[in-house]
Design a binder for this molecule. Structure first.
Ligand SMILES: NC(=O)c1ccc[n+]([C@@H]2O[C@H](COP(=O)([O-])OP(=O)(O)OC[C@H]3O[C@@H](n4cnc5c(N)ncnc54)[C@H](O)[C@@H]3O)[C@@H](O)[C@H]2O)c1
Length: 336
């Protein structure tokens, strides 16, 4: 019989709804037993949906004790404190990205994880995004010859759930650690890294079209991969009408693959000059099921997750290098 994994939601805000869907679709062995949020209404809402107990502090939930793992979904400035406390309490940890907003904090979290022996995963759902996996398989099968360049772009509205109301931490640079590059950008940088390899250096410019946000709400970056090949990473928060543009393009010597917003992977090659849809329609929302299935397996069966937590440092380092580049006006090595 499959072992049940008792999970505590620490933070019951916007992303917790997607995590519930991921658990439902991908990891029925997970039972959410604790719903923790300083906002008791949000904790209660998750409790009602899952049958969990609601708490307004991690301390109270720990005193009760009925969970094996923590799903940490707090503002970025709180990741380190509560990750360390989770490991100290002997719990496994699924930590929302970024691991922490700075590399020194990430090093401390990784060290604490190592000492604890707990399972530790950073929740980068793009790793499990069906289209991302499909594009990787197409590239590996030689569908576009040698990939020469890739582009990822996300132009997304500043939804009230994330950028409005009382949940204004994303607007505050000291709490978020930056703007969209360090936050949503990770879900575009991970696929680019999966397809093109590690990023070596970046040159970037930032803008703040969303004036109430301290960090960047516009980023334009040129990436040079270790292979020497070039890529582009663009993002903007905008509610304005826009023309069509794929989320990703990977252009090779013999064709191009695009990922369209509705979950279609299109292949353009000598036989399909107008493009052919490859496979079933997927969708970003399907990525969470794979993430939770992987985490549950890692805890209950001891398997290695598709990507270790260190992998997420690649996106963080790239975002931090973009910030240095915007200040200096020069290419910046990602490894610095
Ligand atoms: N993978 C994705 O697609 C994705 C999407 C959105 C957010 N995220 C990540 O999820 C995390 C949370 O983002 P969000 O959008 O859900 O934020 P949010 O503001 O909607 O939710 C955070 C919750 O934490 C609660 N909280 C704050 N301090 C607390 C404390 N000390 N103890 C308990 N609860 C506390 C707040 O009341 C709030 O409900 C961030 O790391 C973010 O980057 C990931």
């Amino acid at each position: 019989m499959t072992q049940t994994l008792r999970l505590a939601f620490l933070g019951c805000g916007a992303i917790s709804k997607f995590h519930l869907l991921g658990i439902r679709d991908g990891a029925p062995q997970i039972q959410v037993t604790a719903a923790i949020d300083v906002d008791g209404t949000r904790a209660q809402a998750v409790a009602v949906e899952t049958g969990a107990r609601a708490f307004t502090s991690f301390d109270e939930a720990l005193a009760w004790g009925g969970f094996d793992a923590v799903d940490l979904m707090l503002p970025h400035d709180l990741h380190e404190e509560f990750a360390l406390r989770s490991f100290e309490a002997g719990r496994h940890l699924l930590l929302e990205k970024p691991m922490a907003p700075d590399l020194a904090a990430c090093a401390r979290i990784l060290e604490a994880a190592r000492k604890s022996g707990s399972v530790f995963m950073v929740a980068e759902n793009a790793q499990y995004w069906p289209e991302v996996i499909q594009v990787r398989e197409l590239i590996e099968a030689g569908a576009i010859g040698e990939p020469e360049t890739a582009r990822g772009n996300f132009f997304v509205p500043p939804l009230a759930d994330y950028y409005g109301g009382e949940r204004a931490w994303r607007l505050d640079q000291s709490l978020a650690g930056g703007g969209i590059a360090i936050d949503t950008g990770s879900h575009w940088l991970r696929p680019l890294r999966i397809w093109m390899g590690e990023i070596d250096e970046v040159v970037a410019g930032l803008g703040r079209p969303l004036e109430r946000m301290e960090g960047e709400s516009l980023v334009r970056a040129l990436l040079r991969f270790r292979s020497g090949k070039l890529g582009v990473f663009d993002g903007m928060l905008t509610a304005a009408a826009r023309g069509p543009e794929p989320l990703f393009r990977v252009t090779g010597t013999e064709g191009e693959i695009t990922v369209e917003g509705l979950g279609d992977v299109m292949l353009y090659d000598a036989n399909h000059r107008r493009g052919e849809r490859i496979g079933e329609r997927g969708g970003y929302m399907k990525s969470y099921a794979g993430e939770f299935a992987d985490f549950a397996r890692a805890v209950t069966e001891g398997t290695a997750p598709a990507a270790g937590p260190e992998e997420s440092l690649g996106e963080l380092r790239a975002a931090l290098a973009m910030y240095r580049s915007a200040e200096t006006g020069r290419w910046q090595k990602v490894s610095e």
